[in-house]
Write a protein that binds this ligand. Structure first.
Ligand code: ADP
Length: 368
């Protein structure tokens, strides 16, 4: 792992007048980590990276880079580089001159800056376009040039604000792989803003899920998917159903779960609950079983199929349960076509206790 590029955000907050864009942000990004800030539009992701890069003033709190407090340092003195959403290339400069621009400002000789710029254009597979102007390039090519331009100042951290959002879906997946390869090759800290769960999961060592100016969860992509810690996270990443039920801890291990419309069941103790009460929990859509597969499970209930959506490798079956809630069940295509549950059909659905992810008591019990 890299030894430079550790970023620490401590009690960080940002207000735009009365608008609270960020509050109580506590986050450590290790040197050499690929970190994705993930959340819906307006949750404060761009504000966070712009404050790290020095393009936005900090209202409260501190930003440390490798232990150095950079909260009030000018952007050029931070050893960070921000790649803007629209790439912001100079239209009248060739690719090589765009990349070399900041070295020109720093007074480096033409030969030295050209040779460094060419090295970086090679890294991003754009050397053959060195003489081209930005408007002669595709979106993906412009993005590579913008990345090379961000890298030329030898930053310790690269900040990318929705770098793939302007690309078509095919190119987005292609560039995603390239970004990850470049980050690994340079062994550099990347902080990447995205609203796409798929993008964050594909790229990140560490995912930071945000909502309304706060951090909801910091974890690996797998941890976020397997144990989302709030109803918001479970809802935002998709593929999860959110329920609530009454949980009664047993004197030994485990607890009894009572849920409207289902028979009470007793679960072993994979998750510790201190007190009896109503807790929210999530169950992955691919962990819910239908029909005879549901009958041997810990929790089961009657339901009616309302809609099916073919997705290729799996089929999404939406079912209404007695409470009126819709439950999403993802069934592998071969299993779906073996029984073909159709809209209107009465079915039974269920899940195993081990597949219930109970939200910590202070993280909400209801959908939001
Ligand atoms: P995201 O990047 O997650 O879409 P932003 O960081 O852009 O979110 O915005 C967070 C919040 O701050 C939003 O409510 C947004 O409207 C507000 N905001 C962002 N920039 C400004 C600004 N320059 N002036 C006033 N409000 C702003």
């Amino acid at each position: 792992m890299s030894s430079i590029g550790k970023v620490e955000l401590s009690a960080l907050a940002k207000y735009y007048g009365p608008v609270e864009a960020l509050r109580d942000i506590e986050l450590t990004i290790e040197a050499g980590e690929y970190c994705c800030l993930l959340g819906p539009s307006g949750c404060g992701k761009s504000t966070a990276v712009r404050m790290i890069s020095g393009h936005e003033e900090v209202t409260q709190g501190d930003i440390l880079l490798d232990g150095r407090n950079i909260t009030n340092a000018p952007p050029a003195k931070r050893k960070t580089a921000l790649m803007f959403q629209n790439y912001a290339l100079f239209p009248h400069l060739s690719c090589v001159d765009n990349v070399a621009f900041s070295l020109k400002i720093a007074g480096e000789s033409k030969k030295a800056r050209r040779s460094q710029a060419m090295e970086l254009l090679e890294l991003v597979h754009m050397a053959e376009y060195a003489a081209a102007l930005p408007d002669q390039l595709s979106g993906g090519q412009q993005q590579r040039v913008a990345l090379a331009r961000a890298l030329i100042t030898k930053p310790s951290v690269i900040l990318l604000d929705e770098p793939l959002s302007a690309l078509d879906p095919f190119l987005r997946v292609q560039m995603r792989k390239e970004l990850r390869n470049i980050q690994k090759e340079l062994d550099m800290t990347f902080i990447h803003v995205t609203h796409s769960q798929e993008e964050a999961f594909a790229l990140a060592d560490k995912v930071v899920v945000m909502s309304k100016g706060t951090i909801q969860q910091i974890a690996t992509p797998r941890q976020v998917f397997e144990t989302p810690n709030t109803p918001f996270v479970a809802g935002f990443i998709g593929g999860h159903n959110i329920f609530s039920a009454h949980f009664e801890p047993l004197s030994g291990n485990g607890y009894t779960v009572t849920m409207d419309g289902a028979a009470a069941c007793t679960c072993g103790s994979q998750q510790h609950l201190e007190q009896a009460g109503t807790y929210g929990f999530s169950v992955r859509a691919d962990h819910i079983r239908l029909e005879e597969e549901a009958s041997g499970l810990d929790m089961s209930m009657p339901a009616t199929v309302v809609l099916t959506e073919y997705q290729g490798s799996h089929v999404i079956v939406h079912c209404e349960i007695d409470s009126g809630d819709i439950v999403q069940v993802n069934i592998a295509d071969d299993r779906y076509f073996a029984t073909r549950p159709e809209p209107g059909q009465k079915v039974s659905l269920g899940w195993a206790c081990r597949d219930m992810n109970v939200f910590p008591p202070n993280r909400g019990t209801a959908k939001n």
